[in-house]
Design a protein around this ligand. Structure first.
Ligand code: PLP
Length: 350
């Protein structure tokens, strides 16, 4: 099976497993795990922030950030198609009692005007706007990279309005590799950043949350409250550190593969895709006359797994365990599948 369902299916390499097996560990809740400490320092350095926390998941990193930045009843300005809105189980309300103010970004990228138009007046009738959250790259936006200028404009207006800014940078390294803009430059305009090690970076467990000293001090408290404070977590932190040191540059390869797949699919009759929109490792497309769910169900029989969405789209994600040959095979499988169901062919199902 050529698995394009997500970059979360990546498996740890033998070298990564070795680094994990040999990791020096200690009680990380006491701050005594050297591998966790090393990773946290590396992340903080990488992002140009004071400090970072190693956490079990990017969902927890986002939700700790929301908890620290907001109080119950506050509102978060965020793109309507964001991960934190759709895929975190209602956690902003569940854990922080916050309201979501969804804005319609362009493939996830919204503007300072959107922030200005949605910030609440200082009035007891209104929720208090407190946080702006951006997702970079944007998953449902098709792996869209936030242009740095747009991020700075959003952060400028947020600052002027007294709002905090959080980046869900679960795939920030994809944005870095695609744009040539450093992680520091992306982190500089925002107060806090989530990184995820289990997507394209290929580690088995873990995420990080970075920010300034006071923010991280409070986040450390919430980490404990949410049950995210671990013990000999150096074993998994070592995998994350290995990923950060060895798997960032190679993301460029995933981007080439995604573009190749998009170009091949664009040549197919009946597939609606704009390869020019493919900036990183995620592609979305539609199929004329077929739902996304139907498409992926049929494609599986041809040895390729993609994700089907209820809005009719299909998502394919390239990653470390997908080679150029796999991409070509996947494109060919789509070609064969569509040919087999095209009216007038003998293989057409009755
Ligand atoms: C995967 C992902 C998350 C959550 O990551 P987990 O580690 O699975 O909790 C959050 N935001 C984005 C954009 C993601 O892609």
């Amino acid at each position: 099976m050529i698995d394009l369902i997500s970059d979360t299916v990546t498996l740890p390499t033998p070298e990564m497993r070795k680094a994990m097996a040999e990791a020096e560990v200690g009680d990380s809740q006491r701050g005594e795990d050297p591998s966790v400490n090393r990773l946290q320092e590396a992340v903080a350095e990488f992002l140009g922030k004071d400090a970072a926390l190693f956490l079990p998941s990017a969902t927890m990193a986002n939700q700790i950030a929301f908890k620290v930045h907001t109080r119950p009843g506050d509102e978060i300005i965020i793109d309507a198609a964001s991960h934190a809105v759709h895929y975190e189980g209602g956690a902003p309300a569940f854990l922080s009692g916050t309201m979501i103010c969804p804005v319609e970004g362009d493939r996830g990228v919204f503007t300072e005007e959107d922030v200005l138009a949605n910030v609440r007046p200082d009035d007891p009738h209104a929720p208090r706007t407190r946080l702006v959250c951006v997702e970079n790259t944007h998953n449902q936006g098709g792996g869209k990279v936030w242009p740095l200028g747009k991020l700075m404009a959003v952060s400028d207006i947020a600052r002027r309005l007294g709002l905090a800014v959080h980046t869900d940078g679960s795939r920030l390294m994809n944005a870095v590799m695609a744009s040539g803009i450093s992680a520091r430059e992306y982190a500089y305009p925002v107060d806090s950043v989530t990184l995820c090690f289990t997507k394209g970076l290929g580690a088995p467990v873990g995420a990080a949350l970075a920010g300034e000293k006071d923010f991280i001090k409070e986040a450390r408290r919430v980490q404990q409250v949410f049950g995210g404070a671990m013990r000999q977590a150096g074993i998994i932190a070592a995998g994350a550190l290995y990923a950060l040191e060895h798997h960032v540059e190679r993301l460029a390869e995933d981007h080439v593969h995604a573009r190749l797949l998009a170009n091949r699919l664009a040549d197919e009759e009946g597939i609606d895709i704009d390869p020019a929109e493919v900036e990183t490792n995620i592609i979305y497309f539609r199929i004329n006359g077929m739902t996304g769910l139907d498409f992926v169900g049929r494609l599986k029989e041809y040895g390729v797994r993609m994700g089907g969405y209820r809005d009719g789209r299909v998502r394919a994600v390239t990653h470390m365990n997908i080679s150029r040959a796999d991409v070509l095979k996947a494109a060919h499988a789509v070609y064969e599948m569509l040919a087999d169901i095209r009216p007038g062919t003998s293989a057409q199902p009755s």
